[in-house]
Ligand binder design. Structure first.
Ligand SMILES: *Cc1c(COP(=O)(O)O)cnc(C)c1O
Length: 338
């Protein structure tokens, strides 16, 4: 495809997309297909001869659309809202053209710098404490992650590294393996399944704290679990508080849990994946009170802020902790953006 064909096909694609969005409510939200529907409809292996562009486009309506769940239909009420908007689609197109890999500042200065400044804008909109912002030479700062699941894992790995270093500094004979065996993390029994998964991937115990009658994690239940575990020789090191649980939008009691985490010197990560966008509204900002006790905070602009998947905004007051991860893991954008 040369540039003149790209111009033509690009305009056709824009029309196709605009028609799709304009007519989306007339499509059936959930497809009528059975698992495996697609394989018989397409060749078993990549064809030797190319298809025409027209044929490929025809296949979209014939083969792909019948198997699409239309998340942006006004009749879609499953899972959670996921964002999509025309400006975000246009931006994705430009990103595709520039196609940079921003693994360091020099790899594409605008990529790193725009991200840092936009994360400050977003942080200011949420009225995050100053410590989470990069500013001109701040300690804190935000980095875009792929998903909230990834953000929780990154925070857990950073917390694991931090506690391991602290314990080894006090007792150099301790091996990381001996420490890891004893580490224990906590989250409400209402937390997203990705929190449990982060514990599995991070190789640490993760305990569910029974929530109260409002489906909120309270300090009393968390403290009880920590005391029990400490008495059994375990080391509490990480807590995930959820603001806006996926199943019922309950809020953990941050003003209770936060001070407890600070007192116990455990890393507090806040998962506000889908409700976080609401804190931009002054009338909902109070739901974020207590964020000042947290070490890291995350929400998903790709859920409720008109940004296409994937864009998960994560802030930490000590990105330097994330930087130390460099030696132990590769998943952290924090690592490559600093
Ligand atoms: C949606 C959601 C997640 C997972 O978000 P991904 O970006 O898909 O990983 C995690 N936590 C909560 C509270 C959520 O609502």
């Amino acid at each position: 495809m040369n540039s003149s064909e790209f111009r033509r096909r690009g305009k056709e694609m824009v029309d196709y997309v605009a028609n799709y969005m304009d007519g989306i409510e007339s499509r059936q939200v959930y497809p009528d297909v059975e698992p495996g529907y697609l394989r018989p409809l397409i060749p078993a292996a990549a064809p030797q001869e190319p298809d025409t562009f027209e044929d490929i486009i025809k296949d979209i309506e014939k083969i792909i659309m019948p198997g699409v769940t239309h998340w942006h239909s006004p009749y879609f009420f499953a899972y959670f809202p996921t964002a999509s908007s025309y400006p975000a689609m246009l931006a994705d197109m430009l990103c595709g053209a520039i196609g940079c890999i921003g693994f360091s500042w020099a790899a594409s200065p605008a990529c790193t710098e725009l991200e840092t400044v936009m994360m400050d804008w977003l942080g200011k909109m949420l009225e995050l404490p100053e410590a989470f912002l990069a500013g001109d030479a701040g300690e804190g700062g935000g980095v875009i992650q792929g998903s909230a699941s990834e953000a929780t894992l990154v925070a857990l790995l950073a917390a694991r590294t931090k506690v391991t270093r602290r314990l080894q500094a006090a007792s150099p004979e301790l091996t990381p393996a001996a420490i890891m065996e004893k580490l224990v993390a906590y989250a409400s029994d209402q937390a997203h399944s990705s929190v449990e998964r982060a514990g599995l991937i991070g190789g640490v115990k993760l305990k569910a704290i029974p929530s109260d009658g409002n489906f909120a994690m309270r300090a009393s239940a968390l403290q009880e679990a920590m005391e029990r575990d400490k008495a059994a020789g375990l080391i509490p090191f990480f807590v995930v508080a959820t603001l806006g649980t996926t199943s019922c939008c309950s809020f953990d009691n941050l003003l209770e849990v936060g001070p407890l985490c600070n007192k116990e010197d455990v890393w507090l990560h806040i998962d506000a994946a889908y409700a976080g966008s609401a804190f931009i509204c002054p009338e909902f900002r109070h739901l974020l009170n207590g964020v000042e006790f947290a070490d890291s905070f995350n929400f998903n602009p790709h859920k409720w802020l008109l940004v296409n998947f994937d864009c998960s905004a994560m802030w930490s007051r000590q990105p330097a902790q994330m930087l130390r991860l460099k030696k132990t893991c590769f998943v952290s954008d924090m690592v490559r953006k600093i």
